[in-house]
Design a binder for this molecule. Structure first.
Ligand code: PLP
Length: 374
């Protein structure tokens, strides 16, 4: 008997549940007659900064823009090196190369899929101008260790928090701290499928440094210090718009419940898949499960089976940055980032979103068990 299909994601469910509030937000903006950098963006920035535990938030056009603007605000440019990872899609390297700096790639801890602090320490050179860890799949990178290394060398840290809205980790003093409240700057994406998603493109940076916040406000708007007066060159048009900000204010109210629902679904998978040879994601209380990523030596067989029975799945990400032909001139040979490369062949993302039902998680899990027995 064929079970019903389970989608990898389904944004219609979330939009339907919040429809009246989203409609009201859109109507409010339309009626206001003010569509760029107005009250909605200013309010969202305040609310999201407070949520993250940062002093400032600056809304921008996307997560990719946030990464670029963070480096630009730190004066990263030609001759500089920025240390990041190679398993988190190409976003970081794209931003680093746009500044003219050189990406320096380090391997990840195979248990957490995030930057290995020891390898970070070994990669620091006199030219290192920023460190860009990625909080991948909803898990914070080892920020206490990374911040200790960065602070020791006086190097700014730019968190890529695009997959970690609301994720928590204890700081060195044992106090839980959210993604966005660790580094010199942190970058968020509000791409629709993220834990906090707009109904279009959007992004933001958080920081506790008022000068950096002010600089980011200039850089996102042509470099203007005031209307028609350019305070600095190197600016661009990278604004979060009023409509998306108004929608994000609605969705921010549901971020914690959505993250709790993701954690509940992760616990269901852990229960239903406990007796399989899969490596399941290492849990900890602050994980927000942007993606639910399992590991299997027989990943491709499993993926083909899930696809054949209508269960959505995906690989995040199949081709590490340094092995992409477009980045061959970064100079990393195959084998140079061994954990990153091995993981790329083993990882599989199962359906994970707050509206996924228990019955669907059971269908997915049964299909996984069936696929592993092939
Ligand atoms: C989605 C994502 C980005 C890019 O965000 P966009 O808003 O799509 O530009 C950057 N980094 C990570 C880790 C992401 O998941």
């Amino acid at each position: 008997m064929q079970s019903p299909a389970v989608p990898f994601g389904d944004l219609r469910r979330q939009s339907a549940a919040l429809r009246a509030e989203l409609d009201a937000a859109v109507s409010r903006v339309i009626a206001s007659g003010w569509y760029i950098l107005g009250r909605e963006v200013a309010s969202f920035e305040e609310e999201f900064a407070a949520y993250c535990g940062a002093a400032h938030c600056v809304g921008v056009a996307s997560g990719a823009e946030a990464l670029y603007l963070a480096l630009a605000a730190l004066d990263v440019g030609p001759g500089a090196e920025v240390i990041t990872v190679a398993n988190a899609c190409m976003y970081q390297v794209v931003a680093i190369l746009q500044t003219g700096a050189r990406p320096v790639l380090v391997d990840v801890d195979p248990a957490t899929h995030t930057m290995d602090p020891q390898l970070l320490a070994a990669a620091i050179s006199p030219r290192t101008r920023a460190i860009m860890p990625v909080h991948l799949f909803g898990r914070l990178a080892d920020m206490p260790a990374i911040m200790a290394i960065a602070d020791h060398h006086g190097i700014p840290v730019v968190e890529d928090a695009a997959q970690a809205h609301g994720a928590l980790l204890d700081d060195a003093g044992g106090r839980p701290r959210r993604a966005g409240a660790w580094g010199t700057l942190a970058c968020f994406s509000f791409y629709p499928s993220k834990n906090l998603g707009a109904l279009g493109d959007g992004g933001a940076l958080t920081t506790s440094d008022p000068d950096l916040a002010a600089r980011l406000r200039r850089l996102r708007m042509y470099g203007w210090g005031s209307k028609y007066h350019t305070a600095e060159s190197g600016g661009r048009n990278s604004r979060l718009d009023e409509l998306q900000a108004a929608l994000l204010r609605v969705k921010l109210g549901y971020l914690d419940s959505g993250n709790a629902a993701r954690r509940e679904r992760a616990a269901w998978y852990a229960e239903l898949l406990a007796d399989t040879p899969l490596i399941l994601p290492a849990d900890y209380p602050g994980h927000v499960y942007h993606l639910y990523v399992v590991e299997s030596a027989r990943r491709d067989v499993l993926r083909a089976h899930l696809q054949s029975v209508g269960v959505g799945c995906d690989v995040h990400y199949p081709e590490p940055v340094h092995l992409q032909s477009a980045y061959a001139d970064l100079g990393y040979a195959p084998g140079s980032l061994s954990h990153t490369e091995a993981l790329a062949g083993r990882i599989l993302s199962l359906p994970m979103f707050p509206e996924l039902s228990r019955a669907e998680v059971e269908i997915v899990s049964s299909a996984v068990i069936e696929g592993l027995s092939r």
